[in-house]
Every structure is written in structure tokens, then in C-alpha cells.
Design a protein around this ligand. Structure first.
Ligand code: MGD
Ligand code: MGD
Ligand code: SF4
Ligand code: MO
Length: 747
């Protein structure tokens, strides 16, 4: 048969590159850049240079890939499996879920999910029809915080960092806790181009990242102190009258309250809190105030703070009063996409109000759970005439505790899809204990990850090459699509189901058949694209799989305001107030820092930040792909040269990193771009080459930084429940190695 070329969309990171895939007889031959993709020039480095893409064949045909459904034999964690048919696995799982539902109620079933790699809604549609509000996920510390905060105070989110382009009209860019060089290669390309045009950059990051190196002003703040810094900058902008008086008068609500709050943050006080000199803070505020219009964008440096809401709110307020909102060259608001959205497909109206109120965490972390979502959605929907794109999450740490303690009620079954909580969720020892205590645990993945190794069923999933795609870009109104390049089933060789097919299969068995009318992913996408007068095939043919509607600026002028209760940008949030929270941002010292825990800090004198993105990996993925692993075989911890010297540690030494919750080992990377009292550990590490059975679980206890991290609900963001991944106290000491990994002794 002749070679076939398909235009697929890669999902091995958030760049979502479209690629041209050559196949013969259903087998992958090669992958190249897709010349029909209008976005192909908008990435640095090019798609062709991407290590994950170059290793695609290794991934797809890897010997360790789970090819058929597996059912546990023996004890959980023994790594003993039998192959079962898909139909049998789904029959069994459905039966068990039904029994658990009868004994404990539908809310005793949870799903866990990771960051966007596939459609997010099928699991929610399944759960809403099943009757459970307990969907948890990484969204609580990644994207949902800003989505919710921006929707609450300005009626929609700003253009997302994955697709943000710095336009020629833009004069300044403020980046807070984000490093596009490693994390967002499209934004990175745009940043590099803008720098050449003379755009000014202000970067707030405790580390000298590639982004910070390129900055005009680098604010090297103490981890977790962003809210103070941002309020200090707001104070300068107000005092120096650098804000947009016209915009504030016409379109903002609560300015006087903001003025009062900002007054509590004179830059001398802020300098003391953050460790950045008052002169530098002032300079940064003045630069952003004078170089307008500007863009501001933040990353995990804010979303993963226990003060995620206050810091994000302050960042959004600063941009708004500067007059950057929805102007050309400023912070663009896309509005709803034209296709059917995931939120419409979720069928959340099928979940009764009583079940919504049972969502674990809803009585406490109201903003990201049902109370906040319903309140915000109402105003957003009234304004835009279309469903919001908000999310609602149960509180993961509280759900884990419910599994263990049975309070507020028992949670007995879990389905994990596109996630590896044993590696990416903090407090791994507790995650382990909870997963082991379940009556039923099902994992949908490509590999026997440390999480999958604890499952009763592991179901092999189709990767992006083996399924078609068509989705809007997060809160943007852009839509992108890709074709299915490889068959998901090769009889006798492998049988992969997409996440959609899996949840449909389960739903159909549990009496939900009428709500799953589309049998394949193709049918789903045809349905979603119908409002554009297209289906997947015509969308690929006529639009090359990309729909970027023309930008419309200053929509508030035509639409009469913003989608909030007051119709204005709420500098003081009426929604936060209605939910019983402080309507304005306020600084609070992290619960675990040398300042708040000065006694403990004698033993744990260093501050630990984690998870800074690095190539060639995406979270806990790709550790088994040899050509990728060879580039970065081992985990690394960044330590300041003087700190290392005082501890007798040399570059490349294995060191123990210890917190009050445990210890792990990583290799020392001497790095002068971090403060002497801060260290940075990589996240996502496990070792697929180590034994799978307990206690090894693929080396999950060796170097996985989440063994060290805290998830205590009292230490999470009080409004949205985010857990702190960028602040802990720790100590570091040399790990004496006598031979290879696994034969070590502590110093
Ligand atoms: N300490 C610390 N922890 C962190 C972070 C940090 O900075 N520091 N970052 C956090 C953030 S922002 C995020 S988003 C999370 C990420 O956390 P997760 O999204 O949970 O990422 P992974 O743990 O890598 O798990 C993803 C799993 O899904 C599988 N997979 C990939 N694609 C698909 C698919 O299409 N379908 C299915 N069914 N499975 C698929 C992969 O093989 C992998 O095992 O980590 C968080 N954890
Ligand atoms: N290669 C690769 N790319 C990825 C991913 C991946 O795993 N690998 N993951 C994707 C996902 S899901 C996400 S969410 C994004 C995340 O991408 P980013 O938002 O860039 O997230 P991080 O690299 O975790 O953190 C960004 C910066 O925050 C800084 N930081 C730490 N603590 C603080 C603080 O208290 N205040 C401030 N201001 N900054 C702080 C860190 O030093 C770091 O440089 O990356 C995406 N892209
Ligand atoms: S993994 Fe590489 S090819 Fe795939 S989307 Fe990311 S940058 Fe693009
Ligand atoms: Mo993320």
C-alpha cells in the first residue's frame, strides 16, 4: 500500500504542534513539520528539533507499553496481571461501581486527572450522569485558579499562555513565575521576537531563568511573597498616578477600597518581605506604568502558592488599572469559542444540587468548587450568552483523607485518567495510603506507572497519533484540530481505546446510553464543529484545522461592560464577598517558611521550590523512552555555590533533600542564579527501569520531590484549595555513594 500522510496534532506538551505523519499499512514511518499548519513558524525551537517528537516511534512501539487491558492477579502492588478483553474489563468495573454506589452513594466514586493532553469533559459527563461531584485534578494548582479568578472579577479569562502572541503594539511584558523557554515554546518565540523589537520585560522569579536573563528588570523575590510585591507595585502605580484614570472611572468597581488596601504596602515594607530592594520594585512599577499598552502573564510561580488567589488577583488588578485590558497590544479577552464547548458537553445540569453540595471541599474552598462555579457562571453566561468555560473541582487532599478516614463520608473507588498522582500529587506517602485503601482503582494510561502499579485494572489508552482531535484552546476562542494518523487497534498486536471511548463504554453499561450518542471520537468532533457549519473533515480541508477568529478589542465599549455582578472590572470582588472571603488581595506569609516556622527552620534552614519545567520531559512522562532519557538521565537539584561549599557538596554529587515529611535524592547542580537560602528540585521523577513490585513501584520513593511536599488542607489556599508546591523548608546533605544508584549510605 502507498504511504499515507495524515495531519495530526501532538499533545506531548501544551504547544499542540500540528505534524505531518507518514504511515504505511497502519504503521508509523516518520513525522515531520506540517507545512499546512498556519502556526508552524510560531515556535522556538522548531517542531523538528523537538526531542519528544523525534522519539515518537520509540514511544509508540515501546516494549513496555501496555497493549491490552490488564486485571490484577495477587495483591495490589505485586505487579501480577492477567490479560482481559475490553468488554470484560468494562463489565467488571461497571458492576463494581454499581455495587459501591448502592452501598455508599454515587459520591463515593471519584476520578483524578492531570493536565490537558486529551479531552477533559468525558470523565465529567460520566460523573455527572453517575451522580458524583468528586472529580479532582491537577487543575486545582494549574490554570483553574486563574480561570476562576479572572472570570469572577472580569467576566472571562485572558488569552492563555500557550497561545499568547505579543503583538507589535505591545510595549512591555510582565512575567511572574513563568519560564516560557522551558515550558511554552510558542510564547518563548514571541518573547524573543518582541525583545528584538525593544519591548521591555519585567520578570519576577526567585531563579535566574532564561526568561529572567532576558529581562530589563529581574525581581528576584523570596518564594511565596508575590502578593506583597504586586500590592507594592499597585501602590506605586496609584501614588504616581500611572494608572488609566479614564478606564478606572468608567469601567472599574471598588477603586477606593483598592487604594486603601494598597496603602498597607509601602515599598519599604514590601522590600523587607520580598527581599527585593524598594528601588527595584519602584523601577518595575514605573516601567510597566509608562510602557503601555502592556501584557502581564503568570505561571506556576503563582498558581502553586498557597496564596494562589490573592497573588493572581493582584496580578490581574495591576494589569486592569494600567488600562491594558482588551486593548490592542494588551491583555486580550477572547470570549467563548464558536464550537460546542467542553462545558456544554459536561452535562453538569444532570448533577442535582444536593449532590453538588456533597462535593468534598465545597463547604470550605468555595471558589473552585460548585458554590463559586455556579455563582460566577451565572454572570458570565448572562453576559456572553454562552456557557462559561469554568471548572469545578473537589479538593484532592481532602478527598484523600476521606478515603483513609471515611469522613465526611466514605470514598471507595477511583478512576485515574491522564495522570500519575503517585508522582505529581504532593504528600506521596498519603497518596499511596489512600490508593491502597480503595475498594476499586482503575487507571487509564500507556504505561505501568507507579500509580497504575497500584490499580486493579490498567486500561491501555490511545495516544494523540491514534485519535483525532478538535478542541478550543482553553479560555480562548481559537479552535485547533488534527487527524487520526494511526489505527487505535491492530488485531492481535494491541487494542487501545481513547479516553472518550473508555468513559462511553462505562457509561453505556451503567444506564447512560442515551447520553453517549457518538460512537467514535470522529463523531464527537463532527458534532462539536457543527456550529461553524463544518465537520472534522471539512475543517481540516477548508481551514487547515485552525480557526483563529479575528480579534475584536475594547469589547466592553460595545457590550456595555464586563460579565461580572456589577458589570465592571471588580477591583474589589463582590463574588469573593458573597462567598464570605476578603474581596481584595492581602499578603500572608507562607505557612511553611523560615519566617513562619523559625524554630523548625533551625533544623530545616533552606527554602525548597519545586517543579521548574525543563526539557526534554513533560511531568512524569517519557522516562522510559531511551533517546529522551539519555539526554537527561538523572534528577537535579539547584544549589547556590556558597551553600554547596558550606555543606561540602560538589557539583554532580548525589545529595539528600529532606523535609518534615521525608527525604529523597537528586544530583547537585551548582547554580549561581538562585539565592543562597533557596534550593530548587525537579519534579516528575520515577525510574521505569527499577523493579515494579512493592516496595519499589518503579523507583517512586527515590527522587520524587512530592514525597517531600505538604498537602495539609489547613495549608492550602483558603479560597480555592491549591496546595503549596513552591514553598517548603528543607535541609540538604551529601549522600555518600559506594558504587551505583541503590547502594548508598547517608553521610
Ligand atoms: N512538586 C511539584 N509537583 C507538581 C508540579 C510542580 O511544579 N511541582 N506541577 C504540577 C502541575 S502544574 C501539573 S499540570 C501536574 C501534572 O500532573 P499529571 O498531569 O498528572 O502528569 P503526570 O504525572 O506526568 O501523569 C500523566 C499520565 O498520563 C498519561 N497520559 C498521557 N497522555 C494521555 C492520554 O491521552 N490519555 C491517558 N489516559 N493518559 C495519558 C501519561 O503516560 C502519564 O502517566 O503536576 C503537578 N505536580
Ligand atoms: N518541558 C515541559 N514543558 C511544560 C511542562 C513540562 O512538564 N515540561 N508542563 C506544562 C504545564 S502543565 C505547566 S503548568 C507549565 C508550567 O510552566 P511555568 O508556569 O513556567 O512553571 P514552573 O516552571 O513550575 O515555574 C515557573 C517559575 O516560577 C518560579 N517560582 C517558584 N516559586 C516562585 C514564587 O514564589 N514566586 C514567583 N514569582 N516565581 C516562583 C520558578 O523559579 C520557575 O522559574 O509548563 C507546561 N510546559
Ligand atoms: S512535544 Fe514537541 S512537537 Fe509535540 S507539541 Fe510539544 S513542542 Fe510540539
Ligand atoms: Mo500544569
Amino acid at each position: 500500500m502507498a504511504d499515507i500522510i495524515k495531519r495530526a496534532m501532538c499533545r506531548w506538551c501544551h504547544s499542540q504542534c500540528r505534524v505531518a505523519v507518514s504511515t504505511r499499512d497502519g504503521r508509523l514511518l516518520s513525522i515531520d513539520e506540517d507545512e499546512t499548519d498556519p502556526r508552524r513558524e510560531m515556535i522556538f525551537p522548531s517542531t523538528r528539533a523537538c526531542p519528544r517528537l523525534r522519539a515518537a516511534k520509540e514511544f509508540v512501539y515501546h516494549a513496555d507499553r501496555v497493549r491490552f487491558p490488564l486485571k490484577r492477579k495477587g495483591e495490589r502492588g505485586e505487579n501480577k496481571w492477567e490479560r482481559v478483553e475490553w468488554a470484560q474489563a468494562l463489565d467488571d468495573i461497571a458492576k463494581k461501581l454499581e455495587l459501591i454506589k448502592q452501598s455508599y452513594g454515587p459520591e463515593s466514586v471519584m476520578v483524578t486527572s492531570g493536565t490537558g493532553r486529551t479531552m477533559l469533559w468525558p470523565r465529567l459527563r460520566f460523573m455527572n450522569l453517575f451522580g458524583s461531584p468528586n472529580a479532582v485534578g491537577q487543575g486545582t494548582i494549574c490554570y483553574a485558579p486563574v480561570l476562576t479568578c479572572a472570570s469572577a472579577i472580569m467576566g472571562w479569562n485572558l488569552a492563555h499562555r500557550t497561545s499568547l502572541v505579543i503583538s507589535p503594539e505591545c510595549k512591555s511584558v510582565f512575567l511572574v513565575g513563568i519560564n516560557p523557554a522551558q515550558a511554552y515554546q510558542r510564547l518563548w518565540k514571541s518573547v524573543r521576537d518582541a525583545k528584538k523589537r525593544g519591548v521591555k520585560f519585567v520578570v519576577a522569579d526567585p531563579q535566574l531563568t532564561e526568561m529572567a536573563e532576558l529581562a530589563d528588570i529581574w525581581l528576584q523575590l523570596r518564594p511565596g511573597t508575590d502578593t506583597a510585591m504586586l500590592l507594592g507595585m499597585i501602590h506605586v502605580v496609584i501614588e504616581d498616578r500611572l494608572y488609566d484614570e479614564d478606564f478606572v472611572r468608567k469601567w472599574c468597581y471598588g477603586f477606593e477600597e483598592l487604594v486603601d488596601r494598597a496603602r498597607e504596602y509601602p515599598i519599604e515594607r514590601v522590600a523587607e518581605i520580598t527581599g527585593v530592594s524598594s528601588g527595584t520594585i519602584r523601577q518595575a512599577a514605573v516601567m510597566l506604568g509608562k510602557e503601555k499598552p502592556g501584557i502581564s502573564v503568570h505561571g506556576m510561580g503563582l498558581e502553586q502558592l498557597e496564596s494562589q488567589q490573592d497573588s493572581i488577583q493582584a496580578r490581574l488588578i495591576l494589569g486592569a488599572i494600567l488600562g491594558n485590558l482588551d486593548v490592542e497590544g494588551g491583555d486580550y479577552i477572547g470570549g467563548p469559542p464558536e464550537c460546542v464547548t467542553g462545558e456544554q458537553l459536561e452535562l453538569s445540569e444532570k448533577l442535582s444540587p444536593e449532590q453538588k453540595m456533597k462535593q468534598i471541599g465545597a463547604n470550605r474552598f468555595k471558589l473552585l468548587s460548585w458554590p463559586g462555579r455556579e455563582l460566577i457562571s451565572k454572570h458570565v453566561k448572562d453576559f456572553w450568552g454562552k456557557e462559561s468555560v469554568l471548572r469545578s473541582y473537589a479538593h484532592f487532599p481532602s478527598v484523600l483523607r476521606a478515603i483513609i478516614k471515611g469522613e465526611p463520608y466514605p470514598v471507595r473507588a477511583s478512576i485515574t485518567t491522564f495522570s500519575n498522582p503517585m508522582v505529581t500529587q504532593p504528600n506521596t506517602k498519603l497518596v499511596y495510603k489512600a490508593l491502597k485503601a480503595l475498594d476499586l482503582y482503575v487507571v487509564n494510561d500507556f504505561w505501568l506507572t507507579p500509580s497504575a502499579l497500584l490499580a486493579d485494572y490498567v486500561l491501555p489508552t490511545a495516544c494523540w497519533l491514534e485519535r483525532p482531535q478538535a478542541e478550543p484552546v482553553l479560555a480562548d476562542n481559537r479552535i485547533m484540530a488534527g487527524e487520526r494518523a494511526l489505527p487505535a487497534v491492530m488485531p492481535g498486536e494491541y487494542e487501545y481505546w481513547t479516553d472518550y471511548e473508555f468513559f462511553r463504554g462505562l457509561g453505556v453499561r451503567l444506564g447512560q446510553e442515551e447520553y453517549w450518542p457518538w460512537k467514535t471520537d470522529e463523531e464527537v468532533h463532527d458534532y462539536r464543529l457543527a456550529p461553524l457549519g463544518m465537520n472534522l473533515e471539512t475543517f481540516m480541508r477548508e481551514k487547515d484545522g485552525v480557526h483563529f477568529p479575528p480579534k475584536e478589542y475594547r469589547k466592553h465599549e460595545n457590550m456595555g461592560g464586563f460579565g461580572t455582578p456589577t458589570g465592571k472590572v471588580e477591583l474589589s470582588s463582590t463574588i469573593l464577598k458573597m462567598l464570605g472571603y476578603d474581596p481584595l488581595p492581602k499578603y500572608q506569609e507562607p505557612k511553611e517558611s523560615p519566617v513562619s516556622l523559625h524554630r523548625e527552620a533551625r533544623e530545616y534552614p533552606l527554602m525548597l521550590i519545586t517543579g521548574g519545567r525543563f526539557q526534554p520531559y513533560f511531568h512524569s512522562e517519557h522516562r522510559q523512552t531511551e533517546s529522551i532519557r539519555r539526554r537527561r538521565p538523572e534528577p537535579r537539584v539547584r544549589i547556590h555555590p556558597q551553600t554547596a561549599e558550606s555543606l561540602g557538596i560538589n557539583d554532580d554529587d548525589w545529595v539528600w533533600i529532606e523535609t518534615m515529611r521525608g527525604r529523597i535524592r537528586q544530583r547537585c547542580h551548582i547554580f549561581a542564579g538562585i539565592s543562597q537560602d533557596v534550593i530548587h528540585c525537579e519534579h516528575g521523577w520515577w525510574f521505569p527501569e527499577l523493579p515494579e513490585e512493592e516496595p519499589w513501584l518503579g523507583g517512586v520513593w527515590e527522587s520524587n520531590v512530592n514525597v517531600l511536599m505538604d498537602d495539609e488542607p489547613d495549608h492550602c489556599d483558603p479560597k480555592s484549595g491549591g496546595w503549596p508546591l513552591k514553598s517548603a523548608i528543607c535541609r540538604v546533605y551529601k549522600c555518600r555513594m559506594y558504587g551505583s544508584v541503590g547502594r548508598s549510605q547517608e553521610a
